[in-house]
Design a protein around this ligand. Structure first.
Ligand code: AOF
Ligand code: ZN
Length: 372
């Protein structure tokens, strides 16, 4: 049996449920599940928190006896391994579901394809929606981390309609209105780390916390080759409330490193001749720490280095309907830039929303695209 339109509708619901776990489940994937009988939903569930029951277990529990002979639509291939929780394949078999619709294969090599094979071997009909971009997008950060060992990098900026992130005098507060700023706080509240350059700290003295607090508390990271972060900065003064990490060059002065460390700030000494090389090392280290989502808030030099090393996975561009002009007023992404228009990095899965007076454009960098 192939995937029907009805299956797709239930899968869409499973994706919606899965998103509720955002910020709570990482480094696990977002997963949602809908159990149906004769076109009616009899149980719904999602993976709610890291270490907790998987989506299928929640949905089967909600369905109870109605799961017998039912169809389970799961956004991700059910697991067949004993992790922190028992395998979902076993639970689906025990509940006697008749059919499983799967949004995407699990990129985790421990599961990948084996969950579907185990279900089929037990006589359950399994249909994989292998053309489902949305299922793939839902687990894109998880896939990135588990297959490359590096986090998913979200580049965020706020600019005027004519592409400026600050006026000539350096002022940038505020380009966008309160609704857009609230969306940034929501984003901060679900990521594992927030990165800014030293220049941004100098200019804006940001706190980089989510207000109100979100599902998780991000580590606030400053790219600061000389470990010069002032002890009077808001970041340094709040290091006891939310973690601060200074990513410095390996030759940063020992007394600066000691001063920051004594305030509870972690200093990472990164090898590498330039910011781009140090950024790559930092991303590898963050991946090693199971960091799934990293939000990079600028400035333009940092975003430029990221673009140049092909490290941007997703973009959140907030656009205010204002004009600033100025040949020397900065744009969001600096650095060397790409040599020619044919090298421009395309975004896909573009979503456009209105936030009060402003626009939010978000999209994923097409997989396999690498800046040259
Ligand atoms: C599913 N349903 O809802 C999720 C799955 O350590 P554990 O037990 O939580 O297992 C984590 C792994 O299980 C994770 O790496 C991924 O392969 C899969 N996640 N699988 O069937 C779910 N969250
Ligand atoms: Zn599972």
């Amino acid at each position: 049996m192939a995937i029907s339109n009805e299956d797709r509708q239930f899968l869409a619901r499973a994706f919606e449920l899965a998103r509720r776990g955002e910020g709570f489940v990482e480094p696990n994937p977002l997963v949602g599940c809908v159990v149906t009988q004769g076109g009616q939903v009899v149980g719904e569930g999602w993976h709610r928190r890291f270490g907790g029951p998987h989506a299928e277990i929640e949905a089967l529990a909600a369905a109870g006896d109605a799961a017998r002979g039912a169809t389970a639509c799961v956004s991700l291939e059910p697991c067949c391994h004993q992790g922190k929780t028992p395998p979902c394949v076993g639970a689906l078999l025990a509940a006697r579901v008749a059919r499983v619709v799967v949004g995407a294969e699990d990129p985790n090599p421990v599961v990948s394809g084996k969950g579907i094979a185990a279900l089929r071997a037990a006589g359950i009909a399994v249909d994989l929606a292998d053309d489902c971009d949305e299922a793939a997008a839902l687990v894109a950060p998880f896939r990135k981390l588990i297959t490359t060992g590096r986090p998913w990098v979200i580049a965020k900026w706020a600019m005027t309609l004519d592409g400026k992130i600050a006026a000539l005098d350096g002022s940038s507060q505020w380009i966008t209105g309160p609704e857009a700023r609230a969306a940034v706080h929501a984003l901060r509240g679900r990521v594992d780390a927030i990165v800014v350059g030293r220049g941004t700290v100098e200019r804006d003295d940001p706190l980089l916390t989510a207000r109100p607090a979100g599902a998780r508390t991000a580590t606030r990271i400053v790219l600061d080759a000389g470990a010069n972060l002032p002890l009077t900065s808001k970041l340094a003064r709040t290091a006891g409330e939310a973690p601060v990490l200074v990513a410095a060059a390996s030759d940063a002065p020992a007394e600066r490193v000691a001063a920051l460390s004594s305030r509870g700030i972690e200093v990472l000494l990164l090898p590498g001749a330039d910011q781009g090389a140090r950024l790559e090392t930092l991303l590898n280290e963050l991946g090693r720490r199971q960091t799934t989502n990293v939000l990079v808030e600028g400035g333009s030099a940092v975003l430029g280095s990221l673009l140049a090393c092909g490290a941007i996975d997703e973009v959140f561009a907030f656009v205010a309907p204002k004009l600033l002009g100025g040949a020397d007023a900065p744009g969001p992404v600096g650095g060397p830039g790409l040599a020619t228009i044919a090298h421009a990095v395309p975004l896909e899965r573009l979503e456009l929303s209105r936030l009060g007076p402003d626009l939010l454009l978000r999209g994923h960098v097409a997989p396999g695209v690498c800046a040259r």
